[in-house]
Design a protein around this ligand. Structure first.
Ligand SMILES: Cc1cc2nc3c(=O)[nH]c(=O)nc-3n(C[C@H](O)[C@H](O)[C@H](O)COP(=O)(O)OP(=O)(O)OC[C@H]3O[C@@H](n4cnc5c(N)ncnc54)[C@H](O)[C@@H]3O)c2cc1C
Length: 329
């Protein structure tokens, strides 16, 4: 492991000023549960690591007139234990509850979870120079691709592994990005960028920006939501496929978002199913037909065709679970 400087900024201004001076060689650290592994494996070679834990004001969950504001340094355990999240945003509560293990949820942060790097075994092998590491080839495309993308691959088939990201896209969350030059706010859906935009990164964060806060609009009367995650092992694991659903309306759907994890390099909306289900009631047949038609647009690789069937089951189960969830009164 190469030596690197370790900094513990005591204000956001200090952190962003340091990043502005050294954007390429500086890596941000929340809980360190992903970053430390990457450093140990030689996947990243930082000149400096900025530990954000001493920055005040980044680890809170606040109810505001605009909704809920979640600081990036909030741990996943704090998120999952939050009574506001549990009552107003069940999809986020359910997603947070199934992230990794209790130990990782106690240390891992919301910001780190949303900015974590993919788990693709070619990317995680320091000896493989794939497109994500500046090479010219995605080794998964013709190699071992059981866990890889069935949508929007091409240059890179690594899937985005976060459970929180699909839930936050479904909830129309916005992310506040802080830099020395000021702040900007982007929609959660636009925060994630497919490989065609920049194969080296999964998000639109510039090297000078810190994800400071997540903002979720206020829950409204009639809102329902649910999360379903399919994992391969009986204990904790990354999602093979997951689905986050938010919907509103009475017995008929007025608006719906179905956002899937484990199937694409970014959280993936089943827009065709969403369009088909607007105005629909809780008919299992209609839900499964709508989701199946959307899943059939997938382009699986040699070893991951099974994911299309898993997606059909998981996404339909999530929609049906949301239908059965109590609507916010
Ligand atoms: C064994 C194992 C199983 C896991 N299972 C799951 C799972 O089932 N579901 C799931 O969703 N996740 C899973 N994870 C991922 C885990 O949730 C993440 O490791 C954790 O959320 C990352 O949080 P952290 O605060 O430790 O991030 P860090 O390791 O500190 O950072 C991760 C990345 O985000 C960047 N970063 C951190 N904070 C910020 C910020 N505020 N602004 C900008 N960039 C930032 C870092 O530079 C780094 O690149 C698993 C991890 C492990 C090791």
């Amino acid at each position: 492991m190469r030596n690197f400087a370790y900094g513990r900024p005591s204000s956001l201004e200090q952190a962003t000023a340091f990043l502005a001076k050294s954007p390429r060689g500086t890596f941000l650290m929340g809980g360190g549960t992903d970053l430390i592994g990457e450093i140990k494996e030689g996947l990243v070679l930082p000149e400096a690591v900025l530990d954000l834990k001493a920055v005040p004001g980044l680890a809170s969950i606040r109810k505001t007139p605009e909704g809920l504001a979640i600081g990036a340094l909030t741990t996943i355990a704090e998120l999952s234990d939050s009574p506001e999240v549990k009552s107003d945003y069940p999809v986020l509560h359910e997603a947070a509850r199934v992230v990794a293990s209790p130990q990782l949820r106690n240390v891992g942060t919301v910001g780190g979870n949303l900015c974590q790097r993919p788990r693709c075994w070619y990317y995680r092998d320091a000896s493989v120079r794939c497109t994500k590491k500046g090479g010219t080839k995605c080794y998964a495309e013709k190699g071992r691709n059981k866990y890889h993308a069935i949508f929007a691959g091409g240059i890179c088939y690594a899937v985005f592994p976060s459970d929180l990201a699909p839930a936050l896209v479904a909830l129309d969350a916005r992310f506040v990005l802080a830099a020395a030059s000021g702040e900007r706010t982007v929609a959660a859906a636009d925060f994630y960028a497919p490989p065609i935009v920049n194969v080296r990164r999964e998000t639109v964060l510039s090297g000078q920006e810190i994800l400071r806060e997540v903002r979720i609009p206020p829950a409204k009367k009639g809102d329902r939501s649910a999360y379903v995650k399919f994992i391969e092992r009986g204990s904790w694991d990354f999602a093979v496929v997951s689905a986050a659903v938010w919907m509103t309306g009475g017995s008929a759907v007025r608006d719906i978002k179905i956002v899937c994890g484990g199937v694409a390099p970014v959280p993936w909306r089943l827009k065709k199913a969403e369009a088909a289900l607007k105005g629909a009631g809780p008919s299992e047949r209609a839900v499964r037909a709508a989701v199946s038609a959307a899943a059939d647009e997938a382009a699986p690789l040699a070893e991951n065709g099974y994911k299309v069937d898993v997606l059909k089951a998981v996404a339909a189960d999530a929609v049906l679970k949301a239908f059965k969830a109590p609507a916010r009164g």
